[in-house]
Design a protein around this ligand. Structure first.
Ligand code: ZN
Length: 254
């Protein structure tokens, strides 16, 4: 079992960076929760703990101590940047070697593949959580909250989904996590497009009608999906609901 510790930056009394109506603590939690949910829903041999699962104040010492005590195999800290810039970058502790640098590279490449952010590169910094953790640790800075281009992206649920998927794909590549066996998930899909804006447009329509919608990029297509179930009957029920709301819902097995 691979133990992944996910640390959504800030929380509670510490909002982190603020800008454009966004608080860093909320964005980091959204990304972290999706990473956890995707890993647990779609992969085997992985165990997850988080430094917080709600809007709590947690000190840096408490965060690293929790991961060290658990004996995590990997520490992933999620942040959003600010202070005049744009795009994505990630950090490891200065001078650290492999496997940490390999994990950084995997995560970096997979995020840049899926996410429309300027690539600011792979970096090193003497950050507390990178220094005080006993296991390989990577800290990601997902866009600039005070940037007029980045902030609207961070407000989009499909963009958050892709940031989370990028992290997941990097972790999966780093630890060779096996996919849950085929056919275990029935996904309700309402459209698939080569052009992302078309997918986003349909996603917005479905969201407006109350569906929990997300866009994933797979096999060259932006797929608009509204649910994934282990049980086929549950998927059928949701597909019927979507059809009644005017969408062309199909069930796919992945
Ligand atoms: Zn931060």
């Amino acid at each position: 079992m691979v133990k992944i510790f996910i640390d959504p930056g800030h929380g509670g009394a510490d909002p982190g960076a603020i800008g454009n109506g966004l608080q860093e603590k909320n964005v980091t939690l959204q990304i972290a929760v999706r990473i956890r949910d995707i890993l647990l829903a779609e992969y085997d041999n992985v165990s997850i703990r988080m430094s917080r699962i709600g809007d709590q104040t947690v000190s840096l010492t408490e965060r690293t101590a929790a991961a060290n005590t658990w004996g995590a195999d990997f520490y992933l800290s999620i942040h959003v940047n600010s202070g005049g810039g744009t795009g994505y970058e990630d950090y490891v502790y200065p001078g650290v070697g492999s496997p940490t640098t390999t994990y950084q590279k995997n995560i970096h490449e997979e995020i840049i593949k899926l996410v429309d952010f300027l690539d600011r590169g792979m970096k090193q910094a003497n950050f507390f959580v990178l220094r005080e953790t006993n296991m390989p640790a990577v800290l990601t800075e997902n866009g600039f909250i005070d940037n007029a281009n980045d902030a609207p992206k961070l407000k989009s649920s499909s963009f958050i989904e892709n940031i989370a998927r990028g992290h997941v794909n990097g972790i999966v590549r780093s630890f060779g996590l096996p996919k849950k066996s085929a056919g275990t998930l029935y996904k309700v899909q309402i459209g698939a497009f080569r052009v992302k804006t078309n997918a986003d447009h349909l996603a917005a329509k479905a969201k407006a009608k109350g569906f929990n919608v997300y866009v994933i990029y797979k096999d060259g297509l932006y797929k608009v999906q509204i649910g994934a179930f282990a049980n086929l009957e549950n998927a059928k029920q949701l597909a019927e609901k979507a059809k009644a709301a005017g969408f062309e819902a199909i069930i796919i097995q992945e």
